[in-house]
Design a protein around this ligand. Structure first.
Ligand code: SF4
Ligand code: SF4
Length: 482
C-alpha cells in the first residue's frame, strides 16, 4: 500500500505548537469552570487538549447536517435546530441568528438550549462521552466553519439488532417500505465548495458512509480543493472496494470501524447480514492504513446485554491493533440496552468487569484502559439511578413486575413523582416552580388519547433520565421544529 504521508498533525511544527499550548492551558485555565458545580473542574482538567475557558465550542466552529435536512451544532443537540435544508442555504445556516444565539449561550456555559447530554455526562463524571470534547482541538476561523459533520442518509446494508429504521434503510426494505429519499442533492455539494478551503476536519456518519453516493462527491471535492482536511468516516467495515482504496490514497482519511465483538458468533448475531471474516480482513486493511498515516484506527463498540462479557477481550484486541476503542452507551432497544437491567444485575456486571485487570504499560493500552474505566463508571451511575427508581416504585407500592397490568393513572403518578424529584434535587426548584412545571406536563399528557401508544411512551419516559426529555416537555416544543 502506498499512501500520502500526511498524519494527524498537518506538520511537525503544528505538533510542537499543540504540545506547548497544552502545557500553557494547564497553567492558565486550570481553575476555569469550577464555579459551574461538581464535576466541571475535574472534567476541564481531563480534557485531551488540556483545560479550556469554555465548555463547548461547537457553535462557533462546526455545523451538523442530519438526514431530514435539519441543521444543528452537533449530533447530540437535536432540539435546538438552526435551520432546514433546502429551505435555507448553507451560508444562511452559518450566518443565522440562531447559531449566534447558541454561541452566546454556550459562551456563558449555559446548557439550556438542548445541551442536556453534555451537561449530564459532565455532572455524572462520564467524561469520555462528552460530545463537546470533539470541538476542543479544532482551530477557530471567525468567518468560516472549520468543521462540518454529515449524517445525510441512512442507506445501510446491515440490520443490526440495536438499530432501527431511523438509522438503517435495511429495516425499511424489510418492512416493504420504499427506500428513504435524501433531501440533499448536487446543489448542496456545490454550496459546500466555498467552505471547503477553510475546513480542518469533516465527519461522515451513516447508515453506512461507503454506500452513500453523495459522500463520494463531497470527498472528491475535498481531496481536490483541500487535501490536508481530515476526513473522519465511521464505517461498519463491510465495504472496501477499489474506489475507496483510491480515495484513501489521495485523502487524509481517519477511519473508525463499528465492531461489537471479535467473536464470529456474537458479531454476526449483533451485526446481522455482515460476514465476520470479510469484516476482519477489512479491519486489518484500515488498521494498516492508519499505521502508515501515523494515526490510530478507531473502534466504536456498543456495549450491550449480548456482548458485555467480551468487552475486556475487545480492549485487548484493540491494543494489539493499535486502535483506540470507544464505548457508545446503548439506550434502546430494551432487549439490548444494559440500562434496562435491574440495579442488582448492573452491580454484578460491574463487579465481573472491574475484577479484570487490563494492561496499561503502552500508550495505547493506557488510553484504552481509560475508555474502559469510563464505561465502568457509566455502569455505576446507571446502577445508582436504577436503585433510586426502584425505591420510588417501592414507596408508591407498585410492583414493577406487574407492568403489563398497570393502569395508566399509576404510570402517570410514577412519572410525575420522578420529575418532581428531578426538579427538587437536581434543579433546586421551589414548590411554586415545581407546580408550574408539573401542570405543564399534565396539560401535555391530556392532549393524548388513552391507548397503547401513550402507555408505551410513558413507560419509556419513566425509564430514561428526566434530563433527556425535560427540555422538550417542560418547554412544550416539538424537537423537530426549527
Ligand atoms: S450538546 Fe454538547 S457538543 Fe453539542 S452544542 Fe451542546 S454542549 Fe456542545
Ligand atoms: S451498520 Fe450502523 S446504521 Fe447500519 S444497521 Fe448497523 S448500526 Fe444501523
Amino acid at each position: 500500500m502506498k499512501f500520502s504521508k500526511l498524519s494527524f498533525y498537518s506538520n511537525p511544527v503544528q505538533e510542537v505548537i499543540t504540545k506547548i499550548s497544552l502545557n500553557f492551558r494547564k497553567i492558565l485555565f486550570k481553575n476555569y469552570l469550577q464555579n459551574l458545580g461538581p464535576g466541571y473542574y475535574q472534567y476541564n482538567l481531563q480534557r485531551y487538549s488540556g483545560p479550556h475557558r469554555k465548555i463547548c465550542y461547537a457553535a462557533e466552529k462546526s455545523m451538523y447536517f442530519n438526514i431530514n435536512g435539519n441543521l444543528t451544532a452537533c449530533c447530540r443537540n437535536r432540539s435546538y435546530i438552526l435551520g432546514k435544508y433546502p429551505e435555507n442555504t448553507v451560508r444562511e445556516f452559518w450566518e443565522s441568528e440562531k447559531r449566534k444565539e447558541l454561541r452566546r449561550t454556550l459562551k456563558a456555559n449555559d446548557f439550556s438550549k438542548g445541551c442536556f447530554q453534555c451537561k449530564n455526562s459532565v455532572e455524572n463524571g462520564n467524561f469520555d462521552s462528552v460530545q463537546a470534547l470533539v470541538y476542543d482541538n479544532i482551530p477557530t476561523d471567525k468567518k468560516h466553519p472549520t468543521m462540518l459533520e454529515f449524517a445525510l442518509s441512512s442507506k445501510c446494508n446491515l440490520n443490526c439488532i440495536m438499530c432501527s429504521d431511523e438509522c438503517s434503510t435495511s429495516f425499511l426494505s424489510e418492512q416493504g417500505s420504499s427506500l428513504e429519499k435524501g433531501v440533499y442533492e448536487d446543489s448542496f455539494v456545490n454550496q459546500l465548495e466555498e467552505f471547503i478551503p477553510h475546513l480542518d476536519q469533516v465527519r461522515f456518519f451513516g447508515g453506512e458512509p461507503f454506500l452513500i453516493p453523495i459522500y463520494y462527491k463531497i470527498w472528491e471535492r475535498i481531496v481536490a480543493i483541500n487535501p490536508d482536511c481530515k476526513i473522519n468516516v465511521q464505517t461498519n467495515a463491510t465495504i472496501l472496494n477499489d474506489r475507496i482504496k483510491e480515495l484513501l490514497k489521495k485523502g487524509n482519511f481517519i477511519i473508525g470501524v463499528s465492531i461489537d465483538s471479535f467473536n464470529k458468533n456474537t458479531y454476526e448475531t449483533i451485526r446481522r447480514n455482515a460476514n465476520f471474516e470479510k469484516v476482519m480482513h477489512n479491519v486489518e486493511y484500515f488498521a494498516e492504513y492508519a499505521k502508515l498515516k501515523n494515526i490510530h484506527l478507531g473502534v466504536a463498540v456498543c456495549p450491550m446485554k449480548q456482548n458485555w462479557e467480551e468487552l475486556p477481550e475487545i480492549v485487548l484486541k484493540c491494543d494489539k491493533l493499535d486502535a483506540n476503542v470507544y464505548f457508545n452507551p446503548v439506550w434502546h432497544p430494551t432487549k439490548c440496552s444494559l440500562f434496562f437491567l435491574s440495579s442488582s444485575e448492573l452491580q454484578q456486571i460491574y463487579k465481573k468487569l472491574y475484577e479484570i485487570k487490563l494492561p496499561d504499560m503502552l500508550d495505547i493500552e493506557k488510553k484504552n484502559k481509560y475508555h474502559f474505566d469510563c464505561f465502568l463508571f457509566q455502569l455505576t451511575k446507571w446502577q445508582q439511578e436504577k436503585l433510586e427508581e426502584e425505591t420510588i416504585w417501592k414507596q408508591l407500592k407498585i410492583d414493577k413486575n406487574e407492568w403489563p397490568n398497570i393502569v395508566l393513572q399509576d404510570i402517570q403518578i410514577v412519572l410525575i413523582h420522578k420529575i418532581k424529584m428531578y426538579l427538587t434535587e437536581k434543579k433546586n426548584a421551589n414548590e411554586h416552580e415545581i407546580s408550574i412545571q408539573i401542570n405543564k406536563i399534565i396539560s401535555v399528557l391530556k392532549r393524548f388519547n388513552d391507548g397503547p401508544l401513550l402507555r408505551e411512551t410513558l413507560l419509556r419516559l419513566i425509564e430514561i433520565p428526566p434530563e433527556a426529555f425535560s427540555y422538550d416537555i417542560l418547554n412544550d416544543r416539538d424537537p423537530d421544529s426549527p
